[in-house]
Write a protein that binds this ligand. Sequence first.
Ligand SMILES: Nc1ncnc2c1ncn2[C@@H]1O[C@H](COP(=O)(O)OP(=O)(O)OP(=O)(O)O)[C@@H](O)[C@H]1O
Ligand SMILES: O=C(O)C[C@@H](O)[C@H](O)C(=O)CO
Length: 333
Amino acid sequence: MNPLKFVKDRPLDLIAIGRLCIDLNANETNRPMEETSTFTKYVGGSPANIAIGSARLGQKTGFIGKVSNDQMGRFITNYLEKNDIDTKGVTTDLTGAVTGLAFTEIKSPDDCSILMYRDNVADLKLHPYDVDEDYIKQSKALLISGTALAKSPSREAVFVALEYAEKHEVTVFFDLDYRPYTWTDEAETAVYYNLAAEKCNVIIGTREEFDMMEKLLNVEESDDHFTASRWFSYHSDLVVIKHGDAGSIAYTKDNKSHRSGIFQTNVLKTFGAGDSYASAFIYGLMNGKEVSEAMKLGSASASIVISRHSCSDAMPTEEELENHMETAVYQQS
Ligand SMILES: Nc1ncnc2c1ncn2[C@@H]1O[C@H](COP(=O)(O)OP(=O)(O)OP(=O)(O)O)[C@@H](O)[C@H]1O
Ligand SMILES: O=C(O)C[C@@H](O)[C@H](O)C(=O)CO
């Protein structure tokens, strides 16, 4: 069963809002950053990766975000356009802000980390005035991502987008995308995540991300069912909790749960799993698939992306995803 309804006849399927950055992924793998000397440059940032994954799967996709007024900003906008992403909502910062950089360290397939350079970044300068109501109402769905809530004015820009989405019946997906280094205070983080989640139809996050949101509730032990059911009295119809290589579980408002396993793969690096999962999961739901089938699409896409070097450029097309699901070994959780 698929609990979501999407308005029909809109020019865009999905608009993502938030971070547009650069990933610099280590070329020399199986070694620490101190010993890495060359990196390959890709577009990055969780909502950017999800938008790219969505467009690769044939969804009409747009973006609302802010880029730096330099070569990096232009590289990002050009890449989005080359991937058929509508960039009408992408504005250029005029205050001298820079593009956020994520240097990745690939020590082993299960020991990866990201070193972020995020001082004075353009993505967090997105202003409520940059969010156009007429643009949001052209889409069936909106994807928000938690990192954009970390600072003003980007935080307010996301809340304004949420208001417009509700007004125009745009289904909202929230990928929690919790990056601790972007935040300074745990209570502030939990409060803003919870305020945003109240307004979303679908919430997708890892167990650790939901634990962060439950920090102020004095919850003694993590419990996926408790986590999901909190949101059904607000706007949510569907909550997904990801558990890395142990798969994922989704709960629907009718109190049913759905589990997904993983597709076995040759893991090169772990990052990008969540973004590829989200893009294919959203694509599945928007194309009428049952929740468990959409989760399986998400898992398949994740297994492709973690076997490749980048996150954004590695996103599969519809054909690649279908072929992969036919050939890869599925492991039920
Ligand atoms: N080792 C693995 N092999 C195959 N699939 C995996 C593996 N790890 C994760 N996945 C798939 O990716 C999905 C998302 O992974 P995970 O729970 O690690 O998300 P995440 O922490 O948001 O990812 P990211 O590392 O990108 O932040 C899982 O539900 C699973 O389907
Ligand atoms: O900006 C980031 O958080 C880094 C991402 O671009 C990176 O690709 C990643 O971590 C994907 O999950």
